[in-house]
Design a protein around this ligand. Structure first.
Ligand code: ADP
Length: 393
């Protein structure tokens, strides 16, 4: 049986997993799967090199919550997969002030990570649950926590502070930034894909159901649009992005909404879903003839373009813009609208390359390179996990 690393990316309504076989120093993706629709329409799907291994719909009562989903995935893996799992790597959204790199988890680390739950209520609890469950079942199996915040921990104070009294900063009310594993992967991938740009001034736009942008120079994060929580920055599928903080006060003081109700609105009912009143999914919005759908798309693209311009200030100029994640990698119409908003700065797209989701999509005369680079957060987690459990000799 070959050695393998299991990667778990547990969200609030889905758990994604990937199994990488260790081949010498390399990691080969063997199986990728997910259990989504937890509590609503649970469904476990997994593939091995394109071949469907399972596509099974559960009853809602069989998989009512993420805990049951983990058990279902664990049972299926144990029955199906012939591999000696030597370590498990987990995506953990928040590493707080303490973790600027991945860490092997023990009880003390788990307690520390649990103390960050209030910083990322939607994600952190679900991220930690599988770690606890696996520790119960296999206490000796090494588990590694990889953080979305870690890549950004070296931010200068300008990028790390809110314009609030100092004591809050000292208590940890800071602009942490998220999607760090994706940015780390993309910036590393450029070393092979476009080595002449890898160490230059980059703005990477991670546009998925959660979305943010990051200024990177010399392979290091300089500033991100996301701040204290994954609510900040550009509007997302269902999250608002940045707001006048006075709106939040208004909702609580004048409209009598509870903090939980406001939280629900900002995390679940806002963004593209709130703007359009139709859907949080860019595919559906692009296909819809409704003017509200077009408005939501235009609003989103305008905010992305504005963020690129703003991060250009943090970098003192930009050498390349890189699109990644579900929308960034697959939606030529979105990239086209974003770059149209930056035409004044001499940016332009090659329409054919853009339609093909090619690596380089800038027009020949564009002042700045524009790229599409698929991200792979799970591969990044597997690499970090391997480095900690099998350090290079
Ligand atoms: P996450 O990993 O955060 O769930 P993804 O990076 O998978 O998100 O991005 C999901 C989003 O990508 C979907 O909500 C959808 O809007 C968008 N998306 C995926 N494929 C396409 C496509 N072909 N065209 C437009 N948008 C797409």
């Amino acid at each position: 049986m070959s050695d393998a690393i299991l990667v778990i990316n547990a969200g609030s309504s889905s758990i994604k997993f990937k199994l990488f076989r260790l081949v010498g120093e390399d990691l080969d993706l063997a199986i990728g799967g997910k259990l989504d629709g937890i509590g609503v329409r649970p469904r476990l799907t997994a593939r091995e090199q394109g071949k469907v291994l399972i596509d099974h719909a559960f009853g809602t009562e069989e998989v009512p919550d993420t805990h049951a989903a983990q058990v279902a995935i664990g049972n299926w893996l144990a029955q199906t997969v012939e591999a000696n799992i030597v370590a498990v790597g987990h995506r953990v959204v928040h590493g707080g002030l303490d973790y600027s790199k991945p860490v092997l988890v023990d009880d003390a680390v788990l307690d520390k990570l649990a103390s960050f739950i209030p910083l990322a209520p939607l994600h952190q609890l679900g991220n930690l649950d599988p770690i606890r469950e696996i520790r119960k079942r296999s206490p000796d199996l090494p588990q590694v926590a990889c953080f979305d915040t870690a890549f950004h921990r070296g931010h200068p104070e300008f990028a790390d502070r809110f314009p609030l009294p100092r004591f809050l900063y000292d208590e940890g009310v800071r602009r942490y930034g998220f999607h760090g594993l994706s940015y780390e992967y993309v910036s590393g991938a450029l070393k092979t894909l476009a080595p002449e740009l890898a160490d230059k001034r980059l703005v990477v736009a991670h546009l998925g159901s959660g979305a943010s942008l990051c200024a990177i120079e010399g392979g290091r994060s300089i500033e991100s649009t996301m701040g204290f929580t994954a609510l900040d920055g550009i509007p997302m599928g269902t999250r608002s992005g940045s707001l006048d903080p006075g709106v939040v006060l208004h909702l609580i003081e004048e409209k009598g909404m509870s903090p939980a109700e406001v939280g629900h609105m900002l995390y679940r009912d806002s963004g593209l879903a709130g703007l359009s009143g139709i859907s949080n999914d860019v595919r559906e919005l692009l296909a819809s003839p409704a003017p509200e759908a077009a408005f939501a798309i235009d609003f989103f693209c305008r905010r992305v373009a504005q963020s690129i311009a703003s991060l250009a200030v943090s970098l003192g100029g930009v050498d390349a813009i890189v699109f990644t994640a579900g929308i960034g990698e697959n939606a030529p119409a979105i990239r086209q609208k974003v770059i149209a908003g930056l035409a004044w700065a001499g940016l332009g797209l090659d329409p054919n390359a853009n339609d093909d989701n090619a690596l380089h999509i800038e027009a020949p005369g564009s002042r700045i390179a524009i790229l599409v680079v698929p991200t792979d957060e799970e591969k990044m987690i597997a690499r970090h996990t391997m480095r900690l459990v099998r350090p290079p000799t």
